[in-house]
Design a protein around this ligand. Structure first.
Ligand code: CS2
Length: 492
């Protein structure tokens, strides 16, 4: 028996552990995935694993655009890893085999471009997080001054960014007379298909106007709604899972039972029958996306900032405080739900109830700090879009503005006890500078941050209903702290 999970170990695993039911050697590459983090491995790779037995042409070559960590962990495991699905009832383990090969883009740029340009590759999927699109979060347009974009436009053949890789691969395919792949973004961006299409088209146009027209007219970018909560894996997870397997897995992923994937069915080069694994194909993803981004992610970010500032380590810890449950229920019921056009057949009440239960799942150690990351990229689609909808209706934004204020308080980089916060955000340095200049005054801080138009756009900073509500909540956070602010919260 090998001591590490790999192809040879599969037949020796305890019988209750599910494993690939297909011959991995017969699998061909049909999908290239950019951004092989835990989310991809708990979501799209699992749907694909479910259907490879029926159709072996959709194996995944997965790339890390930056860090070699996933490669280092999974290469010795023949790409295999364990998915641990955890709930109050216990844990179910399954070994996933859909990733056949992993590429570290900075070390093997040409290898990656070659597979992407190969006619066998018919879909390029992405989970590169919001900041990976190098766009302006407020407008959704390509940020042409982004250092990676400036680099990639100067050195087309050695790209660093996701848009750079995709456009260069499309350029090569076009030259070789190979039809373009479908670009399937699986990140939590608003209208994610349309956003990636806009970014790619602009990038291609800057390379060559004709390539721009080609991308605009020939490349399909369906929108998707993806949902599964996947906290970062901890050492305890590794140990527990290794003991259950009887072999070591250097990087298992841990997730919840819930999973959802809604996809627009526009795949000119074909696609796996993901519906057989539970994915939903629809003509228009937008109602699903709004429901999920505003209810789930909007609540998540609000919980993350207020929970972190209150000293809660995980979402489940935060949700064990009844005042937080009240706040989040109020946010969903009173402020978010009225702005939604629900997808056909969806039941808003059971969706909201299920979210509360998911947030409460004590078996998931989902750190508030993890969700707090990259707030500058997340606020627009999670909270600010809803704020705009509410202001248009002259309706209250009492809780939405508290979430925004908590982000501001967090972004100062100093917590309520005066200890530093490790703020991870592409704009962290600029935010910190603005915060330092504000000298601890809520009014100055709010005023300075409203000026970041990549987040707040041109409209919100000029609306006193918004600026007033955020500033008042920020003052409360400074005076009373987050925990008391939440427990004493009263909607106006
Ligand atoms: C979370 C999401 O880290 C975050 O920002 O809000 O990753 C969330 O867990 C997923 O979108 C759930 O589908």
């Amino acid at each position: 028996m090998p001591d590490r999970l790999n192809d040879d170990a599969l037949s020796e695993l305890p019988s209750e552990i599910r494993r690939p039911a297909y011959d991995r050697r017969a699998v061909k590459t049909g999908i290239v995935h950019l951004g092989v983090g835990a989310f991809h491995r708990a979501h799209q790779a699992v749907y694909t694993d479910d259907v490879l037995g029926q159709d072996p042409q959709w194996g995944i070559v997965a790339a890390s655009l930056r860090s070699p960590d996933t490669f280092d962990a999974l290469q010795p495991q023949d790409g295999l890893y364990t998915l641990a699905v955890r709930s109050r009832e216990g844990e179910a383990l399954r070994v996933v085999g859909s990733i056949g090969r992993i590429i570290v883009a900075p070390r093997a740029t040409d290898d990656l471009l070659e597979v992407m340009a190969d006619p066998g590759t018919r879909i390029v999927t992405l989970t590169v997080t919001e900041k990976g699109y190098c766009h302006d979060p407020a407008t959704g347009a390509l940020n042409e001054a982004h250092p990676d974009i400036v680099h990639d436009l100067a050195y087309l053949r050695t790209p660093r960014s996701a848009p750079g890789f995709i456009v260069e691969a499309l350029r090569r395919r076009r030259l070789a007379g190979v039809a373009p792949f479908t670009v399937l973004t699986c990140d939590n961006l608003p209208s994610n298909g349309r956003t990636v299409k806009r970014v790619l088209t602009r990038f291609a146009e800057l390379v060559d106007p004709e390539l721009g027209r080609f991308v605009a007219n020939e490349v399909s970018c369906p929108s998707t709604m993806v949902d599964r909560i996947v906290p970062a894996t901890g050492d305890q997870d590794r140990e527990r899972i290794g003991a259950a397997l009887g072999v070591q897995d250097a990087w298992p992923v841990v997730t919840e039972p819930f999973t959802q994937w809604v996809i627009e069915d526009r795949f000119p080069q074909g696609r796996p029958a993901w519906e057989n694994a539970g994915a939903e194909f629809v003509a228009d993803v937008e109602p699903y996306e709004h429901m999920k981004l505003k209810l789930l992610n909007g609540s998540h970010s609000t919980l993350a900032y207020l929970g972190y500032l209150s000293g809660y380590e995980t979402v489940a810890d935060t949700m064990a405080d009844p005042a937080f449950v009240r706040l989040i229920e109020g946010l969903m019921d009173e402020e978010v739900a009225p702005t939604l056009h629900m997808p056909p057949g969806a039941d808003l009440n059971s969706y909201k109830k299920a979210l509360i239960e998911r947030f409460r799942n004590p078996a998931l150690k989902h750190r508030t700090w993890q969700i707090a990351m990259d707030g500058s990229q997340k606020l627009p689609q999670r909270l600010l879009g809803t704020v705009r909808d509410r202001l248009r209706e002259h309706a209250s934004i009492a809780r939405l503005s508290l979430g925004v204020a908590a982000w501001m308080r967090y972004a100062t980089g100093i917590d309520e006890k005066g200890a530093p916060i490790d703020v991870r955000d592409p704009m962290a340095a600029r935010l910190r500078e603005l915060a330092d200049g504000a000298g601890g005054s809520a009014e100055n801080l709010a005023g300075a941050l409203f000026g970041v138009r990549e987040i707040f756009g041109d409209d919100l900073p000029g609306d006193p209903r918004f600026t007033g509500a955020v500033t008042a909540n920020l003052a409360r956070l400074y005076e009373r702290g987050a925990k008391r602010t939440v427990s004493e919260f009263k909607a106006d």
